[in-house]
Ligand binder design. Sequence first.
Ligand SMILES: [Zn+2]
Length: 358
Amino acid sequence: MKNSLLKKTGLFCLSFFLFTCTTLPKEVAPLVYNGGRQNVILMIGDGMGLNHIKAAQAVYGDLFITTAEKTAEGEVTTYSLNALPTDSAAAATALATGSKTRNGQIGQLNGEAFESTTERALSLKMAAGVVATEGVDGATPAGFSAHTSNRDKIDEIFADQLASGIDLFFGSNIEYYAPLKEEITKNYAFIDDMNDLNLSQPKIFASFEEIPLNNGGSKKPTLAELGVKAIEKLSANPNGFFLMIEESHIDKFSHDNELLNALEHLKAFDNAVKAVVEKAAEIGNTVVIVTADHETGGLEYNGETKEQLSDKMYTRTRHSDANVAYFVFGTVDCEFPEVIDNTQIGNLCKSIISAGTQ
Ligand SMILES: [Zn+2]
């Protein structure tokens, strides 16, 4: 992260502008992508702020996301259409569709549905997948697979997901999904055990007891393992694919101001990014974009060592309006400003998967 003083000044101006604006800017010009059509994998660390990454480096040393060779990196503004800070529903909508909405809404604004990258991929006969460490009814995975006026309408989200045509859903919350097995199996092969995973099945809905930090057996796979399996499944489509992968727990532990637990999950997310970027390089023609939906906890970091880290470094129990990071892995022919908006990530994903098709 270079030119930090310049950037801080710029960010201050942007924050001042946003605070003094009664209506937040809705449209941000899309980034211009000049390359050919590629697969896209979007990885979201829910609640992962810039200071979460710095604090994780104090504990774990170098992280893959910060040290691995990449095409671009910088910061992302996350405000929603009506609020500073955003919630996960509006942020997921921006990242999934390239359009801002009001907090609480999923994939739409006041009844007007936005096309998601997932839907664009399926309309182009590409494959699509959604992976999360929480249940796929969570706001972030829902943003990539549903349209609803309220993130709490999980029955509507579930119905949208079953009808979506998305090739795979991997997540946890088996208690919720096990009783719905009969409904799920009308459209999907339903599994709760990695030993039953058969990638030749056309559509797969997997729900596990837990997606833990370290492999806990076939009913408790890691996010890294699920990410790689998802790529194996989706890359069988000759037209390519779009895949969203979310680590959901950095946010949850940050709401509780439990720093070391949040950082453990950030490290597990970093492990998943490494596994996914390596797998993407193996199959080729695949871009991996890593970001967060928003910052959670207003975490402050002032060079503390591992021993000095404390839950008191959180300044709130809610989301903040702080910028988050973005990292781009793969070959992407595009000018990346140092600070971009979350809608620009959504639009870029759409541009990359549909380049040359329209
Ligand atoms: Zn949250």
